[in-house]
Ligand binder design. Structure first.
Ligand code: MN
Length: 744
């Protein structure tokens, strides 16, 4: 046994933890826990937190929160060890932890370890991947998320020590992912603390405003609360009900959210006070409710019975809002001790007391939504969509609807009939041809309301779901199932749809891509996303598995990498007319004769923009026909010397007959104007050009000194003669000092 020196703070923390464990009434393997503590201390030796404290303070605190949550021995060990694999990679790993603490602990720690740095370009994407990895681990062992929540809670409690920019990201992530997860798991205690801490960092001013107001209002109404409490206690005593009465003000965050969501001032928030009555039996709950409604006037529409219809996170309670004799409304929650425990600790509570008694399946069933979230385990997931799914499926409150047989189905708020159908069974969704709500035919995009009876009409003859449904459904479950259907049934259609979408984007990037280049770009993009080949990528896009918005930047990137260097020599211009000039002319004798041949595919190099009249030379590009440079273009001078390119230069000359017959100003020319700056300079230049009927394709100004500017101008021009006349006209403008062709 290694001896460990602890600071007084550390031993206090450990002492606190062990006393929590000892008084919990649960059986813990103290030896193992002590060993995990020693091991973690050894691993983190010499490491410090941002606050300057020894690192071990953090794992101890996480273990303590885990103990208070009632987690088991292995969870507490994993809480101690949760950062060791990530932070001490040269000292320990999965196998060492497995050998020492068993497979369960090792798996937990592994699930809590962030992903290694796989090639994820986007920071946000990496964050999403980490969350996804965690959810996957959690779908295998729910304790992963319990410990993660403890970890996050301690990090939030100590967020002050982090640099400012990190605080915000962490607080946002807490608000968007961890608090909703805690809510979904029914761990109200952690959820509320996380939300309060997060909003304190996200909006410090708003937070301070609300909490000051709470203090003030609470001070003003202390009497009222006391009076209400005594009315209620007296009557409960009369009925000889055992009870515990808790008066409380709602959390800062819950009031903050009401104020800012509903745009109300603090004084307009009426359900500010809440009372909680905790009794022994379910029957007592309803008796107590009767007493409350007899003592105070109830507000219509505010009564909710979550005892007969528990929330999916297992929450059970009666809620009612009543108006006190002073006209001040307050909410009353009534529940049994057991229900209260579940309300505070959620599914963790079941783990705590019931893991022996409760069947594993029952808990699994309660957690089925997690596996639904990560259903797409082996598929590529669009991080944006994953986030919105997370928000949708975890954040939203449920709507409860009934099947015609009277079964209750909970759907995230805003779910449609289609979502309902798929939540019943995949085949019900796939074969749906219509629906009835409360016996009346309803459109399938209708959003059923609480308590409605929804009946799905199916037919064997149904042709399957429609692609439009993907835009209508709310739940990831329905979306995944519809996609699965398309993926399986309609592969060739999907490929066609996906190819169309991708090719349209490619055409926006460049109209000149050859089929080989397109394939090479798309294949490279597929590989980057982890999809086997181009066809699979078309398929994935086709069935809606990947949004185009995620692919477009990668297509552009691959284009830049693969094709751009070759295309560099080609003119990239602003008007379609000019853009296609080279090709159009090539159909019509090309304007250029290459090595004695008419009609070759040519384009004009952007580096020198040759004009008819300039001596030119051709360069055989890979897949882009012949690119035409000016003879004296610097690239030609240096390119001629390179042995690699030596064989690719080819004789080229202007086809003057073709040019004369067309008499079009479709060549690009670049002019650099040096001038003293004056207010009217740009106007003078543009007016002069308009006079000569010369179109400006692009204009940029650069300041050299205070008085000196350079104007880079790209214009449409006929030939060298035309160009010379334009230049001499521009030279006559006041303040213009010099003009050169091309940009330097
Ligand atoms: Mn940690």
């Amino acid at each position: 046994m290694t001896k460990i020196d602890l600071t007084p703070e550390e031993s206090e923390l450990v002492g606190k933890l062990f006393s929590v464990l000892e008084t919990s009434g649960k059986k813990y393997n103290m030896e193992k826990i002590a060993e995990a503590f020693r091991y973690a201390t050894e691993m983190h030796e010499g490491q410090f937190r941002n606050s300057g404290e020894p690192y071990i303070v953090h794992p101890i605190a996480v273990a303590e929160i885990a103990a208070a949550l009632g987690l088991d021995t292995d969870s507490i060990c994993a809480a101690f060890l949760h950062d060791t694999i990530e932070d001490c990679p040269d000292k320990t790993d999965f196998n060492k932890i497995k050998a020492k603490f068993g497979e369960d602990v090792a798996n937990l720690v592994d699930g809590l370890t962030k992903m290694e740095d796989i090639a994820i370009e986007d920071k946000e994407e990496a964050q999403m991947e980490n969350i996804r990895k965690m959810l996957l681990a959690m779908s295998k062992d729910i304790r992963v998320i319990f410990i993660k929540l403890c970890d996050r809670l301690h990090n939030m409690r100590t967020l002050d020590a982090k640099p400012e920019h990190k605080r915000r990201t962490t607080a946002l992530e807490t608000m968007h992912v961890y608090a909703p997860l805690a809510h979904r798991l029914g761990i109200q205690r952690i959820k509320q603390e996380l939300e309060n801490l997060a909003v304190r960092y996200l909006d410090p001013i708003g937070y301070a405003e609300v909490s000051e107001n709470i203090e003030r209002k609470y001070g003003q109404n202390r009497d009222f609360i006391e009076k209400v409490r005594s009315y209620i206690s007296d009557r409960l005593d009369e009925y000889k009900i055992e009870y515990r009465l808790e008066g409380r003000v709602k959390t800062v965050y819950s009031i903050y959210r009401k104020m800012f969501n509903q745009n109300k001032s603090f004084d307009e928030i009426y359900d500010f006070y809440a009372l909680r009555i905790i009794v022994d039996t379910e029957l007592d709950c309803y008796t107590a409710l009767g007493i409350i409604h007899e003592l105070f006037k109830s507000m219509p529409g505010r009564f909710k019975d979550y005892i007969s219809t528990p929330k999916p996170n297992m929450y059970q309670s009666l809620h009612t809002t009543v108006i006190g004799r002073d006209g001040i409304p307050f909410e009353v929650q009534i529940r049994t001790k057991d229900m209260h425990h579940v309300a505070e600790y959620g599914i963790a509570a079941h783990w705590k007391y019931k893991s022996g008694e409760r069947s594993r399946e029952e808990i699994d069933e309660k957690l089925a939504w997690i596996s639904k979230l990560v259903d797409t385990e082996n598929e590529t997931v669009d991080p944006d969509e994953f986030m919105s799914v997370l928000k949708n499926d975890i954040f939203n409150d449920e709507t409860f609807v009934f099947t015609p047989k009277g079964d209750v189905v909970a759907l995230p708020q805003g779910s449609t009939i289609i979502d309902f159908a798929y939540s019943i069974h995949t085949q019900v969704g796939n074969r749906m041809i219509g629906a009835k709500i409360n016996g009346m035919i309803a459109p399938i995009d209708r959003i059923p309301q609480n308590g409605e009876i929804v009946e799905i009409l199916t037919s064997q003859a149904s042709k399957g779901p429609s692609r439009d449904w993907l835009k209508i459904v709310k739940t990831s479950e329905a979306r995944n199932k519809i996609r699965q259907w398309f993926k399986k049934e309609k592969r060739s259609d999907n490929i066609e749809v996906g190819r169309g979408d991708i090719e349209r984007e490619l055409a926006k990037i460049s109209r000149r891509l050859t089929d080989d280049q397109k394939l090479s770009i798309v294949s490279a993009v597929a590989k980057r996303i982890g999809i086997q080949d181009a066809e699979d990528l078309y398929n994935t896009v086709g069935y809606g598995g990947l949004a185009m918005s995620k692919i477009i930047p990668k297509l552009k990137d691959e284009f830049e990498k693969q094709v751009k260097p070759l295309e560099e020599e080609a003119p990239i211009t602003n008007t379609d007319q000019v853009k296609t000039a080279g090709f159009k002319k090539s159909n019509n004798n090309g304007g250029i004769i290459v090595d004695g041949q008419y009609g070759c595919a040519v384009k004009f190099a952007k580096c020198c923009n040759p004009l008819p009249g300039d001596p030119v030379i051709g360069f055989i590009t890979k897949g882009y026909g012949i690119s035409i440079h000016k003879r004296d273009c610097p690239n030609v001078m240096s390119g001629m010397k390179s042995p690699e390119f030596f064989n690719r230069w080819i004789h080229a000359e202007w086809d003057n007959d073709a040019l004369v017959s067309k008499n079009k100003t479709t060549f690009e020319a670049m002019i650099q104007i040096f001038a003293f700056n004056s207010i009217s300079l740009i106007a003078d230049i543009t007016i002069a050009l308009a006079d000569m009927k010369v179109s400006i394709l692009q204009i940029n100004t650069k300041k050299r000194t205070n008085d000196d500017i350079i104007i880079n101008l790209t214009i449409a021009c006929k030939d060298t003669e035309h160009f010379t006349s334009i230049v001499s006209r521009l030279k006559s403008i006041d303040n213009v000092t010099n003009i050169v062709r091309g940009f330097s």
